[in-house]
Every structure is written in structure tokens, then in C-alpha cells.
Design a protein. Structure first.
Length: 180
């Protein structure tokens, strides 16, 4: 029996098929595109969920560390703002930043005319009273920064400091103000 949303092949065609619009993924139900690797560099997989191992090098330039830390901490504050919990949480202010740059090796490439994106694994601490140590990947393309992950990871213990949050996902990100 045929259904209007069912393809004529009855879901038996598993050959690779190229689509006109930009793909947001890659199906495991179809054959792989010949010659194209399927990994975190070629698919839109957030780095936090990527099991691929990339070489990373420490970032030591103070201006880069400052830029990455300020961006990451402001994005964490923005995340709290978007969830409308800023009246309950202490303000996020940057204290310290560490970062590692993902090193991309391009085999057999002698000249690259475009500026590829650089991805950093940014770890930052926020000042008291908010306190906390967090991590998130950040992508830099030219002078533009954007988060390369969807979730801020809390790296230190926060105990009951986030108990004023109703949503469990916000508890590690918020240090509750004293009784409001």
C-alpha cells in the first residue's frame, strides 16, 4: 500500500543522493559520499559530542586569551539573560582564562587562499560572588567569534549554589543571590 509521504522506492533505495540545499547532516541509512570523510570537521557536530581526537596547543597570547574569555563569559551571561533569571543569579564577570587551539593539519596543501575557522577549547573562571569554572568551544572566523558548542560545561563543584533555579540545566550556571 502506498502512502503520500512514502517514496516510490518503498524506502529500499540506499544509494548516495546529493541534495541542492546545504545539508545539515549525513544519513547513516544511505551510502557515504565517495572520497568525503564523515567526521566532526565535515559534519555539523558540536565539539562536545565529537569523539574524534584532535591535537590541541596552548594559547599563550594575552590578547587572544582576553578576547576569548570576555566572549565566553559574556555569552554565559547572555544565556542567563535569555532564560530571564538575572534577578536570581549573580552577575558573570571574567576572572581568568585558559584556552587550547585545535590544530588542523591539511595534507598536501601548499597554499591556502582563504582564512579557515579556528576552534578553541576555552576554559574560564568567573569572579566572586558568582564564582565558577566553565568550558565551551569557541569558533573564530576572521574577527567574528561564535560558540562552537551548545552547552557550557561546569568544571568545578557548585553544591547548592544553583538551587534557586527551577530548570536543572541552569543550576550549574547560576550562583543564586542571597534571599531576594
Amino acid at each position: 500500500m502506498w502512502h503520500k509521504f512514502q517514496p516510490a522506492s518503498n524506502f529500499t533505495d540506499a544509494n548516495f543522493k546529493r541534495f541542492d540545499d546545504p545539508a545539515r547532516g549525513s544519513s547513516l541509512l544511505r551510502a557515504f559520499e565517495a572520497g568525503k570523510p564523515r567526521n566532526c570537521k565535515t559534519l555539523p557536530i558540536p565539539f562536545q559530542y565529537c569523539i574524534c581526537q584532535f591535537v590541541k596547543k596552548d594559547v599563550s597570547e594575552n590578547s587572544t586569551l582576553s578576547m576569548l574569555g570576555e566572549f565566553a563569559s559574556s555569552q554565559l551571561q547572555l544565556h542567563l539573560d535569555i532564560h530571564n533569571v538575572t534577578t536570581k543569579c549573580e552577575r558573570i564577570k571574567l576572572l581568568k582564562t585558559e584556552a587550547k587551539q585545535y590544530v588542523t593539519v591539511l595534507p598536501n596543501v601548499t597554499h591556502v587562499s582563504i582564512s579557515p575557522a579556528i576552534v578553541y577549547d576555552v576554559t574560564f573562571e568567573v569572579s566572586p560572588p558568582a564564582k565558577g569554572k566553565f568550558s565551551i568551544p569557541v569558533r573564530k572566523e576572521g574577527e567574528h567569534l561564535q560558540l562552537a558548542g551548545e552547552v557550557f560545561s561546569r568544571l568545578d563543584r557548585y553544591g547548592k549554589r544553583g538551587d534557586c533555579m527551577k530548570k536543572d540545566v541552569l543550576k550549574p550556571l547560576c550562583t543564586c543571590k542571597e534571599k531576594i
